[in-house]
Design a protein around this ligand. Structure first.
Ligand code: NAP
Length: 335
């Protein structure tokens, strides 16, 4: 079993909207396992918006994917052969994995998951993984929420957004989520207990809607989306508001960014602080943060959802769905 493997490679770089044609499924033989390596069978792969940027040939905080090579991203795999004294057969590992059904990896590149009956292993790709940590550090370190403040979150029903809102609630804030569609708004209000949810597909004038539901204005804007949605929020900021610049997904498929009317005078008169961040900036605090998030989960203070699509061959579909809002919570693929 697993002498050869299915692999998704980057076939071409997208120009504008990413499409299924940019990926190709191939099959290749695997080499033998060398000293210090493990052979793993992939169980789950995470699809994430930042991967769209890696499909472009531009330098960033992570290097671009190479053409004709396997796509890679976070995943969970099971050890099926080992030449490392750190891992035994059937161990579950998490880390950066190629988009392959089987792969041979340097054992130092992954971390063992200590399975815990109360929490499923997939949580290490969602709420206890990088997206949960992004929510945690972005909101708490950059947003600095205080009880009674108002927090607005874009892409609020997604992996990061849904956790941000719940941490903001724990901190005693009023929480308003912006998302696409009635089902997602109901999820935010009824399941995650957000105070308000705005459906930007039905209510494109975000500024007007915020003026109605939030006369006290906005103290923290956690931005996952950018573009027109953010423009609407930025006109509604309070004095000393903080903008947590987490993502700009509405712009990732654009070849050229527009240079529209600038909102900086708003920032100036309102003494606004805006800061971008990358979750890895906080790598040396991941363990403590994960313990805190785990405690909130066990106490029932936060919930999480995973949108799991089955089948290795559905990886591109799952990825494309991020750009059309197919997911509530973290989008994963079960291999
Ligand atoms: N800074 C960091 O270290 C870091 C780490 C992780 C993620 N991020 C960023 O955080 C954001 C969220 O990531 P995630 O993993 O949690 O993904 P996600 O929110 O689970 O999925 C993306 C969501 O974005 C929304 N969306 C897509 N295109 C849109 C558009 N044109 N306009 C408005 N909304 C759009 C969709 O929800 P709707 O149905 O609501 O439209 C979609 O479900 C991304 O921008 C990502 O790049 C940053």
């Amino acid at each position: 079993v697993g002498k050869s493997t299915k692999i998704f490679i980057l076939k071409s770089r997208p120009s504008g909207d990413v499409s299924a044609d940019n990926f190709e499924l191939i099959e290749e033989d695997l080499p033998g396992v060398k000293e210090g390596e493990i052979k793993v069978k992939t169980r789950y792969l995470s699809v994430d918006p930042y991967m769209r940027n890696r499909m472009n040939n531009v330098e960033s905080y992570v290097s671009p994917f190479e053409l004709e090579s396997a796509i890679n991203g976070n995943g969970i795999a099971e050890v099926v052969e080992t030449k490392s004294d750190q891992f035994s057969i059937r161990d579950l590992v998490v880390g950066n994995l190629p988009w392959q059904e089987y792969s041979i990896i340097d054992s130092k590149r992954v971390e063992k998951i200590l399975t815990d009956e109360a929490i499923s292993s997939t949580a290490y790709l969602s709420v206890l993984g990088l997206t949960g940590l992004t929510a945690f550090f972005g909101l708490l370190d950059i947003g600095e929420p205080k009880s009674g403040e108002t927090v607005v979150i874009s892409a609020a029903a997604g992996a990061v957004g849904s956790i941000v809102g719940q941490i903001a609630r724990i901190k005693g804030c009023k929480v308003i989520g912006i998302t696409g569609g009635e089902k997602k708004c109901d999820y935010l209000k009824n399941d995650l207990l957000f105070d308000e949810a705005i459906d930007y597909k039905k209510t494109p004038n975000i500024r007007k809607e915020l003026r109605k539901i939030c006369p006290q204005k906005v103290d923290i804007y956690f931005d996952n989306v950018g573009g027109d949605i953010s423009d609407g929020v930025l006109y509604m900021l309070n004095n000393k508001a903080r903008i947590v610049l987490c993502g700009q997904i509405s712009l990732y498929n654009l070849n050229r960014l527009s240079m529209g009317p600038r909102l900086f005078p708003q920032f100036l008169i309102r003494r606004v602080k805006m800061q971008g961040f990358i979750v890895y900036d906080y790598a040396n605090q991941f363990l403590e943060a994960r313990d805190q998030i785990k405690q909130w989960l066990l106490d029932g203070a936060i919930k999480y959802n995973e949108n799991i699509i089955e089948g290795f061959e559905n990886l591109p579909t799952a990825f494309l769905g991020l750009f059309t809002g197919g997911n509530i919570g973290k989008q994963l693929v079960k291999v």
